[in-house]
Design a protein around this ligand. Structure first.
Ligand SMILES: *Cc1c(COP(=O)(O)O)cnc(C)c1O
Length: 376
Protein backbone atom coordinates (compact mmCIF):
# COMPACT_ATOMS: atom_id res chain seq x y z
CA UNK A 1 0.00 0.00 0.00
CA UNK A 2 1.18 3.51 -0.74
CA UNK A 3 2.15 5.78 2.14
CA UNK A 4 -0.54 8.40 2.80
CA UNK A 5 1.16 11.76 3.43
CA UNK A 6 0.02 14.01 6.32
CA UNK A 7 -0.63 16.84 3.87
CA UNK A 8 -0.35 17.47 0.15
CA UNK A 9 -1.44 19.75 -2.67
CA UNK A 10 -4.60 19.37 -4.75
CA UNK A 11 -3.91 20.26 -8.41
CA UNK A 12 -6.53 20.36 -11.20
CA UNK A 13 -6.33 20.76 -14.96
CA UNK A 14 -7.45 24.39 -14.43
CA UNK A 15 -4.36 24.99 -12.26
CA UNK A 16 -2.14 23.52 -14.98
CA UNK A 17 -3.82 25.63 -17.67
CA UNK A 18 -3.37 28.80 -15.60
CA UNK A 19 0.37 28.12 -15.33
CA UNK A 20 0.93 27.19 -18.98
CA UNK A 21 -0.88 30.36 -20.11
CA UNK A 22 1.71 32.40 -18.23
CA UNK A 23 4.55 30.44 -19.81
CA UNK A 24 3.18 31.34 -23.26
CA UNK A 25 2.81 35.02 -22.36
CA UNK A 26 5.09 38.04 -21.91
CA UNK A 27 5.50 38.26 -18.14
CA UNK A 28 7.19 35.52 -16.13
CA UNK A 29 7.66 37.81 -13.12
CA UNK A 30 6.67 41.35 -11.94
CA UNK A 31 3.66 41.13 -14.27
CA UNK A 32 -0.14 41.30 -14.08
CA UNK A 33 -0.61 37.87 -12.47
CA UNK A 34 1.29 39.12 -9.40
CA UNK A 35 -0.99 42.15 -9.09
CA UNK A 36 -4.09 40.01 -9.65
CA UNK A 37 -3.06 37.44 -7.02
CA UNK A 38 -2.25 40.19 -4.51
CA UNK A 39 -5.69 41.75 -5.13
CA UNK A 40 -7.36 38.37 -4.63
CA UNK A 41 -5.50 37.72 -1.37
CA UNK A 42 -6.48 41.18 -0.19
CA UNK A 43 -10.12 40.40 -0.92
CA UNK A 44 -10.19 37.34 1.37
CA UNK A 45 -8.15 39.17 4.06
CA UNK A 46 -10.42 42.05 5.00
CA UNK A 47 -9.48 44.25 2.02
CA UNK A 48 -6.03 45.21 3.31
CA UNK A 49 -3.09 45.42 0.92
CA UNK A 50 -1.25 42.14 0.25
CA UNK A 51 2.33 41.70 -0.93
CA UNK A 52 3.40 38.29 -2.26
CA UNK A 53 6.64 36.58 -1.24
CA UNK A 54 8.74 33.59 -2.22
CA UNK A 55 7.81 31.67 0.96
CA UNK A 56 6.03 31.99 4.27
CA UNK A 57 9.44 32.47 5.89
CA UNK A 58 10.22 35.33 3.47
CA UNK A 59 6.82 36.84 4.33
CA UNK A 60 7.72 36.74 8.04
CA UNK A 61 11.07 38.37 7.31
CA UNK A 62 9.28 41.11 5.31
CA UNK A 63 6.67 41.66 8.02
CA UNK A 64 9.24 42.02 10.80
CA UNK A 65 11.42 44.26 8.63
CA UNK A 66 8.39 46.41 7.75
CA UNK A 67 7.68 46.83 11.46
CA UNK A 68 11.28 47.98 11.92
CA UNK A 69 12.32 45.06 14.12
CA UNK A 70 16.03 45.35 14.94
CA UNK A 71 18.66 44.84 17.63
CA UNK A 72 17.39 45.65 21.12
CA UNK A 73 13.76 44.92 20.25
CA UNK A 74 11.86 42.06 21.83
CA UNK A 75 9.36 39.84 20.04
CA UNK A 76 6.95 37.68 22.01
CA UNK A 77 5.91 34.49 20.25
CA UNK A 78 4.76 30.92 20.78
CA UNK A 79 7.11 27.95 20.89
CA UNK A 80 4.40 25.77 19.26
CA UNK A 81 5.26 26.69 15.67
CA UNK A 82 7.62 26.14 12.79
CA UNK A 83 10.93 27.80 13.70
CA UNK A 84 10.62 30.55 11.06
CA UNK A 85 8.08 32.47 13.18
CA UNK A 86 10.84 33.19 15.70
CA UNK A 87 13.92 32.85 13.46
CA UNK A 88 12.97 35.65 11.06
CA UNK A 89 12.84 38.09 14.00
CA UNK A 90 16.09 36.68 15.39
CA UNK A 91 17.94 37.26 12.11
CA UNK A 92 16.94 40.94 12.34
CA UNK A 93 18.60 41.09 15.77
CA UNK A 94 15.53 40.87 18.02
CA UNK A 95 15.44 38.90 21.28
CA UNK A 96 12.64 36.35 21.44
CA UNK A 97 10.44 35.91 24.51
CA UNK A 98 8.57 32.61 24.31
CA UNK A 99 5.09 32.74 25.86
CA UNK A 100 3.54 29.43 26.83
CA UNK A 101 0.45 28.09 25.08
CA UNK A 102 -3.03 27.28 26.36
CA UNK A 103 -3.17 23.69 27.59
CA UNK A 104 -6.03 22.63 25.29
CA UNK A 105 -5.72 24.65 22.04
CA UNK A 106 -1.90 24.95 21.95
CA UNK A 107 -2.42 28.62 20.96
CA UNK A 108 -0.37 31.41 22.52
CA UNK A 109 -1.82 32.16 25.98
CA UNK A 110 -2.72 35.86 26.38
CA UNK A 111 -1.99 35.63 30.13
CA UNK A 112 1.52 34.37 29.41
CA UNK A 113 1.94 37.25 26.93
CA UNK A 114 0.84 39.76 29.59
CA UNK A 115 3.46 38.39 31.98
CA UNK A 116 6.23 39.05 29.43
CA UNK A 117 5.21 42.27 27.71
CA UNK A 118 6.97 45.57 28.42
CA UNK A 119 7.99 48.73 26.58
CA UNK A 120 10.77 46.92 24.71
CA UNK A 121 8.21 44.57 23.10
CA UNK A 122 7.96 45.44 19.42
CA UNK A 123 5.65 42.67 18.25
CA UNK A 124 3.45 39.92 19.61
CA UNK A 125 3.59 37.16 16.98
CA UNK A 126 0.75 34.65 17.31
CA UNK A 127 0.34 31.48 15.25
CA UNK A 128 -3.07 30.13 14.25
CA UNK A 129 -1.99 26.59 15.06
CA UNK A 130 -3.79 23.90 12.99
CA UNK A 131 -5.95 26.67 11.42
CA UNK A 132 -7.53 27.88 14.70
CA UNK A 133 -7.16 31.67 15.15
CA UNK A 134 -5.51 32.79 18.38
CA UNK A 135 -7.33 35.15 20.79
CA UNK A 136 -6.79 38.42 18.89
CA UNK A 137 -9.09 40.59 21.04
CA UNK A 138 -6.88 39.89 24.05
CA UNK A 139 -3.61 40.11 22.11
CA UNK A 140 -4.55 43.38 20.40
CA UNK A 141 -5.47 45.07 23.67
CA UNK A 142 -2.26 43.90 25.36
CA UNK A 143 -0.25 45.20 22.38
CA UNK A 144 -2.06 48.54 22.39
CA UNK A 145 -1.24 49.05 26.09
CA UNK A 146 2.47 48.39 25.43
CA UNK A 147 2.72 50.25 22.10
CA UNK A 148 3.48 47.01 20.26
CA UNK A 149 2.12 45.52 17.04
CA UNK A 150 0.42 42.15 16.60
CA UNK A 151 1.47 39.73 13.86
CA UNK A 152 -0.64 36.75 12.84
CA UNK A 153 1.46 33.91 11.38
CA UNK A 154 -1.44 32.51 9.39
CA UNK A 155 0.52 29.80 7.55
CA UNK A 156 -2.23 27.37 8.68
CA UNK A 157 -5.31 29.58 8.62
CA UNK A 158 -6.07 31.41 5.37
CA UNK A 159 -9.88 31.16 5.19
CA UNK A 160 -10.57 30.94 8.94
CA UNK A 161 -12.59 33.54 10.83
CA UNK A 162 -12.56 34.88 14.41
CA UNK A 163 -15.79 36.46 15.75
CA UNK A 164 -16.96 36.75 12.15
CA UNK A 165 -13.83 38.51 10.88
CA UNK A 166 -11.46 36.86 8.39
CA UNK A 167 -7.83 36.03 9.06
CA UNK A 168 -5.93 38.97 7.54
CA UNK A 169 -8.20 41.41 9.40
CA UNK A 170 -7.24 40.27 12.92
CA UNK A 171 -3.73 41.67 13.41
CA UNK A 172 -1.60 44.59 12.19
CA UNK A 173 0.40 42.19 10.03
CA UNK A 174 -0.58 38.76 8.72
CA UNK A 175 1.65 36.27 6.91
CA UNK A 176 0.65 33.32 4.74
CA UNK A 177 2.58 30.33 3.38
CA UNK A 178 1.71 28.60 0.13
CA UNK A 179 3.97 25.56 0.59
CA UNK A 180 2.38 22.39 -0.90
CA UNK A 181 1.28 20.97 2.48
CA UNK A 182 -0.58 24.19 3.44
CA UNK A 183 -4.22 25.04 2.69
CA UNK A 184 -3.45 26.25 -0.86
CA UNK A 185 -0.21 26.28 -2.82
CA UNK A 186 2.02 28.13 -5.28
CA UNK A 187 4.84 25.55 -4.94
CA UNK A 188 6.94 27.75 -2.71
CA UNK A 189 5.30 31.05 -1.83
CA UNK A 190 3.75 33.32 0.75
CA UNK A 191 2.29 36.76 1.35
CA UNK A 192 2.12 39.61 3.86
CA UNK A 193 -1.10 41.50 4.56
CA UNK A 194 -0.85 44.80 6.43
CA UNK A 195 -3.68 46.91 7.79
CA UNK A 196 -1.64 50.12 7.53
CA UNK A 197 -0.56 51.06 4.04
CA UNK A 198 2.81 52.36 5.27
CA UNK A 199 3.63 48.89 6.61
CA UNK A 200 2.52 47.23 3.37
CA UNK A 201 4.63 49.65 1.33
CA UNK A 202 7.68 48.96 3.48
CA UNK A 203 7.13 45.20 3.11
CA UNK A 204 6.84 45.72 -0.65
CA UNK A 205 10.11 47.65 -0.83
CA UNK A 206 11.91 45.13 1.41
CA UNK A 207 10.92 42.28 -0.96
CA UNK A 208 12.05 44.38 -3.96
CA UNK A 209 15.71 44.88 -2.89
CA UNK A 210 14.77 48.15 -1.19
CA UNK A 211 14.36 49.90 -4.56
CA UNK A 212 12.42 53.16 -4.55
CA UNK A 213 10.91 54.19 -7.88
CA UNK A 214 8.71 57.08 -6.75
CA UNK A 215 10.42 60.32 -7.93
CA UNK A 216 8.85 62.35 -5.11
CA UNK A 217 10.92 60.41 -2.57
CA UNK A 218 14.25 60.54 -4.43
CA UNK A 219 17.22 61.95 -2.56
CA UNK A 220 19.29 61.96 -5.76
CA UNK A 221 17.46 64.41 -8.02
CA UNK A 222 19.97 64.98 -10.85
CA UNK A 223 19.79 61.52 -12.45
CA UNK A 224 17.76 60.60 -15.54
CA UNK A 225 14.46 58.81 -16.26
CA UNK A 226 16.14 55.42 -15.60
CA UNK A 227 16.80 56.30 -11.98
CA UNK A 228 15.81 54.25 -8.93
CA UNK A 229 17.53 54.33 -5.54
CA UNK A 230 17.85 52.45 -2.26
CA UNK A 231 17.44 54.00 1.21
CA UNK A 232 17.26 50.75 3.21
CA UNK A 233 18.55 47.28 2.34
CA UNK A 234 16.07 44.70 1.12
CA UNK A 235 15.96 41.21 -0.36
CA UNK A 236 14.67 39.81 -3.63
CA UNK A 237 11.65 37.88 -2.36
CA UNK A 238 9.47 38.42 -5.45
CA UNK A 239 7.02 35.65 -6.30
CA UNK A 240 6.83 34.91 -10.06
CA UNK A 241 3.78 35.33 -12.31
CA UNK A 242 3.99 31.56 -12.87
CA UNK A 243 3.48 30.92 -9.15
CA UNK A 244 0.90 33.72 -8.78
CA UNK A 245 -1.23 32.29 -11.61
CA UNK A 246 -1.27 28.97 -9.76
CA UNK A 247 -2.13 30.84 -6.56
CA UNK A 248 -5.06 32.66 -8.18
CA UNK A 249 -6.44 29.40 -9.49
CA UNK A 250 -5.99 27.71 -6.08
CA UNK A 251 -7.55 30.63 -4.20
CA UNK A 252 -10.73 30.22 -6.26
CA UNK A 253 -11.09 26.80 -4.60
CA UNK A 254 -10.35 27.93 -1.03
CA UNK A 255 -13.98 27.45 0.05
CA UNK A 256 -14.05 23.95 -1.45
CA UNK A 257 -10.77 23.12 0.33
CA UNK A 258 -12.22 24.38 3.61
CA UNK A 259 -15.39 22.37 3.12
CA UNK A 260 -13.52 19.12 2.38
CA UNK A 261 -11.19 19.67 5.35
CA UNK A 262 -14.16 20.12 7.67
CA UNK A 263 -15.84 16.96 6.34
CA UNK A 264 -12.64 14.99 7.01
CA UNK A 265 -12.50 16.54 10.49
CA UNK A 266 -16.09 15.49 11.19
CA UNK A 267 -15.34 11.93 10.01
CA UNK A 268 -12.26 11.64 12.26
CA UNK A 269 -14.08 13.16 15.21
CA UNK A 270 -17.04 10.78 14.85
CA UNK A 271 -14.85 7.70 14.46
CA UNK A 272 -12.45 8.57 17.30
CA UNK A 273 -14.82 10.07 19.89
CA UNK A 274 -14.93 6.97 22.09
CA UNK A 275 -11.40 5.66 21.56
CA UNK A 276 -9.41 5.38 24.81
CA UNK A 277 -5.87 6.66 25.18
CA UNK A 278 -6.20 9.74 22.96
CA UNK A 279 -7.50 13.33 23.12
CA UNK A 280 -9.07 15.06 20.11
CA UNK A 281 -8.47 18.69 19.05
CA UNK A 282 -10.74 21.33 20.61
CA UNK A 283 -12.27 24.43 19.04
CA UNK A 284 -13.52 27.66 20.65
CA UNK A 285 -17.09 28.73 19.90
CA UNK A 286 -16.12 32.10 18.39
CA UNK A 287 -14.05 30.74 15.48
CA UNK A 288 -14.76 29.13 12.14
CA UNK A 289 -11.72 27.06 11.22
CA UNK A 290 -10.12 25.81 8.02
CA UNK A 291 -8.72 22.68 9.63
CA UNK A 292 -5.11 22.61 8.40
CA UNK A 293 -3.95 19.92 10.85
CA UNK A 294 -5.86 17.27 12.77
CA UNK A 295 -3.63 17.10 15.85
CA UNK A 296 -4.60 14.37 18.27
CA UNK A 297 -2.84 13.66 21.56
CA UNK A 298 -1.55 10.20 22.41
CA UNK A 299 -1.69 9.63 26.16
CA UNK A 300 0.32 7.34 28.48
CA UNK A 301 3.72 8.18 27.00
CA UNK A 302 2.98 6.24 23.81
CA UNK A 303 3.31 8.91 21.11
CA UNK A 304 6.58 7.62 19.65
CA UNK A 305 5.32 4.02 19.61
CA UNK A 306 2.08 4.99 17.87
CA UNK A 307 3.99 7.20 15.41
CA UNK A 308 6.28 4.29 14.47
CA UNK A 309 3.47 1.75 14.23
CA UNK A 310 1.40 4.02 11.98
CA UNK A 311 4.35 4.84 9.73
CA UNK A 312 5.06 1.10 9.42
CA UNK A 313 1.39 0.72 8.46
CA UNK A 314 1.69 3.22 5.59
CA UNK A 315 0.17 6.23 7.37
CA UNK A 316 2.35 9.35 7.05
CA UNK A 317 1.63 10.86 10.45
CA UNK A 318 3.67 13.88 11.51
CA UNK A 319 4.56 15.74 14.72
CA UNK A 320 3.89 19.52 14.83
CA UNK A 321 6.00 20.86 16.59
CA UNK A 322 9.03 20.47 18.80
CA UNK A 323 9.09 23.62 21.00
CA UNK A 324 11.12 26.15 19.01
CA UNK A 325 13.53 26.92 21.86
CA UNK A 326 14.67 23.28 21.93
CA UNK A 327 16.42 23.86 18.59
CA UNK A 328 20.17 24.00 19.29
CA UNK A 329 20.37 27.50 17.79
CA UNK A 330 18.15 28.77 20.64
CA UNK A 331 19.46 26.36 23.30
CA UNK A 332 22.99 27.63 22.54
CA UNK A 333 21.71 31.16 23.18
CA UNK A 334 20.67 30.11 26.70
CA UNK A 335 16.99 29.18 26.34
CA UNK A 336 16.22 26.47 28.91
CA UNK A 337 13.93 23.48 28.70
CA UNK A 338 11.01 23.72 31.10
CA UNK A 339 10.31 27.34 30.15
CA UNK A 340 6.88 26.64 28.57
CA UNK A 341 5.49 23.51 30.26
CA UNK A 342 2.19 23.42 28.34
CA UNK A 343 4.01 23.52 25.00
CA UNK A 344 6.38 20.79 26.14
CA UNK A 345 3.63 18.43 27.28
CA UNK A 346 1.63 19.15 24.13
CA UNK A 347 4.71 18.27 22.05
CA UNK A 348 5.22 15.04 24.02
CA UNK A 349 1.73 13.84 23.04
CA UNK A 350 0.98 15.42 19.67
CA UNK A 351 0.41 13.40 16.49
CA UNK A 352 -0.95 14.95 13.25
CA UNK A 353 -3.21 12.64 11.24
CA UNK A 354 -3.35 13.02 7.43
CA UNK A 355 -5.71 15.77 6.25
CA UNK A 356 -5.86 17.32 2.77
CA UNK A 357 -8.66 17.93 0.23
CA UNK A 358 -7.99 14.87 -1.95
CA UNK A 359 -7.95 12.46 1.03
CA UNK A 360 -10.94 10.17 0.43
CA UNK A 361 -13.42 8.91 3.02
CA UNK A 362 -12.04 5.38 2.68
CA UNK A 363 -8.51 6.70 3.26
CA UNK A 364 -9.76 8.47 6.41
CA UNK A 365 -11.21 5.14 7.53
CA UNK A 366 -7.87 3.48 6.80
CA UNK A 367 -6.12 6.03 9.05
CA UNK A 368 -8.67 5.41 11.82
CA UNK A 369 -8.27 1.62 11.57
CA UNK A 370 -4.48 1.93 11.65
CA UNK A 371 -4.65 4.18 14.72
CA UNK A 372 -6.97 1.84 16.60
CA UNK A 373 -4.73 -1.14 15.71
CA UNK A 374 -1.66 0.77 16.84
CA UNK A 375 -3.28 1.60 20.20
CA UNK A 376 -4.12 -2.07 20.92
C1 LIG B 1 5.03 26.55 6.93
C2 LIG B 1 5.11 27.53 8.03
C3 LIG B 1 5.95 28.66 7.96
C4 LIG B 1 6.95 28.88 6.88
O1 LIG B 1 6.45 28.84 5.60
P1 LIG B 1 7.40 28.40 4.38
O2 LIG B 1 6.56 28.74 3.19
O3 LIG B 1 7.65 26.93 4.53
O4 LIG B 1 8.65 29.20 4.45
C5 LIG B 1 5.91 29.57 9.00
N1 LIG B 1 5.10 29.39 10.06
C6 LIG B 1 4.30 28.31 10.17
C7 LIG B 1 3.41 28.17 11.37
C8 LIG B 1 4.29 27.33 9.17
O5 LIG B 1 3.51 26.25 9.30
Amino acid sequence: MTMLPYGRQSITEDDIKAVTEILRGDWLTTGPAVAAFEAAISKVSGGHRAVTATSGSAALHMAYAAAGVSTGDRVITTPMTFIATAAMASVLGATIDFADVEEDTALIDPNAVDALIDDRTKIIAAVDYAGHPADYDRLNSSAARAGALVLDDAAHSIGSTYKGRPVGDLADLTTFSFFPTKNMTTGEGGAVVAKENALAQRAHEFHFIGLIRDAERFRLTTEGPWHQEVHEFGMNYRLTDIACALGLSQLSRLNAFKDRRSKITARYTRALADVDGIRLPVQRDHVDVIRHLYPIRILDDRRRQIFERMRADGIGVQVNYMPVYWHPVYADAGYQRGMCPNAESFYAEELSLPIYPDLTDSEVDRVVDALIRALH
